[in-house]
Write a protein that binds this ligand. Structure first.
Ligand code: SAM
Length: 280
């Protein structure tokens, strides 16, 4: 790899560009370059790989990704951060493209133009919605090769949750029915400026093989109905979903069970048996 450019400390970048953290944009910055390097290493070698980053802010994770050899497309909503990111683009010629905009409205595949990794210290206000969007891609395998995402610890626990636990629900099923999800590292609240009230964790998700004959829409509707009333038995919570009680029976799942006791293979069996016909 070519020599790495010398970069000013992140705190100096923040001070020079007047980037005081804005709570409404979910801004909690990371300055520890060793930690950022470890996060950028989670997806494996990124040399020459396209990476889509949401919310680069002053560019801490961005510089770690660039040093790892990635070609980064970064979307930042806060205009104040753009000059700092442009300096970074100059330091790594041809490796960083900065888009000023809202990641909720941007088509990452169109912007990166091919399979890409996603890495982000996500803004908490849109993090779950973005992740659900990536996980519910119609096309499978999806355009993204991996997700390396910082979440509040509690959200990370919901992503990797196993049946029979309080954290198990729709997010676990969406994250695991055709992907592998793990917590790559816990991150202490004191690593952020300003520190949030709660702990965080980096989650790593890679696409796997989708079970045959299972419609994403059907699985989503079933789990939305069931976990929307998670204390109720399936007999009650699924009665509004046409054909669901018959599908439960065909899959050999008792109607008096509660949704958190039904494992992912069983949910897939119910969705398969229900098909996609009756669910819009
Ligand atoms: N990546 C930086 C770091 O690790 O220090 C900043 C992370 S901070 C938790 C989240 C960043 O996302 C902020 O810079 C914020 O301005 C940006 N952001 C918030 N909402 C956004 C959105 N809808 N689209 C793009 N960026 C957004």
């Amino acid at each position: 790899m070519t020599a790495q450019p010398d970069l000013p400390p992140l705190r100096e970048v923040i001070a020079r560009h007047g980037l005081s953290a804005n709570k409404s944009l979910g801004q909690n910055f990371l300055f520890d370059e060793q930690l950022l390097k470890r996060i950028a290493a989670v997806p494996g070698s990124l040399v020459g790989q396209p990476v889509f980053e949401v919310g680069p802010g002053p560019g801490g994770l961005t510089r770690a990704l660039l040093r790892a050899g990635a070609n980064v497309t970064a979307v930042e909503r806060d205009r104040r951060c753009i000059p700092a990111l442009e300096e970074l683009a100059e330091a790594f010629p041809g490796q960083l493209r900065v888009i000023e905009g809202d990641a909720m409205k941007i088509d990452a595949a169109a912007e990166t133009g091919g399979p890409f990794h996603i890495a982000a210290n996500l803004p908490y206000n849109v993090g779950t919605a973005l992740t659900v969007g990536w996980l519910t891609s119609e096309a499978w395998p999806p355009q993204w090769l991996s997700l390396t995402l910082m979440f509040q610890r509690e959200v990370a626990e919901r992503i990797i949750a196993k049946p029979g636990t309080d954290a198990y629900g729709r997010l676990a099923i969406l994250s695991q029915w055709r992907s592998e999800a793990r917590i790559a590292m816990p991150v202490h609240r004191s690593a952020f400026t300003p520190p949030p009230k709660i702990m965080s964790a980096v989650v790593h998700i890679i696409p796997g093989v989708a079970p045959k004959g299972v419609s994403m829409t059907t699985l989503e509707k079933l789990t939305a109905a069931a976990f929307g009333q998670r204390r109720k038995m399936l007999r009650q919570s699924l009665k509004g979903v046409p054909g669901a009680l018959d599908a439960l029976r065909s899959a050999g799942i008792a109607e008096d069970r509660r949704p958190e006791t039904v494992d992912i293979d069983e949910w897939c069996a119910v969705a398969r048996s229900l098909g996609s016909g009756s669910i819009k």
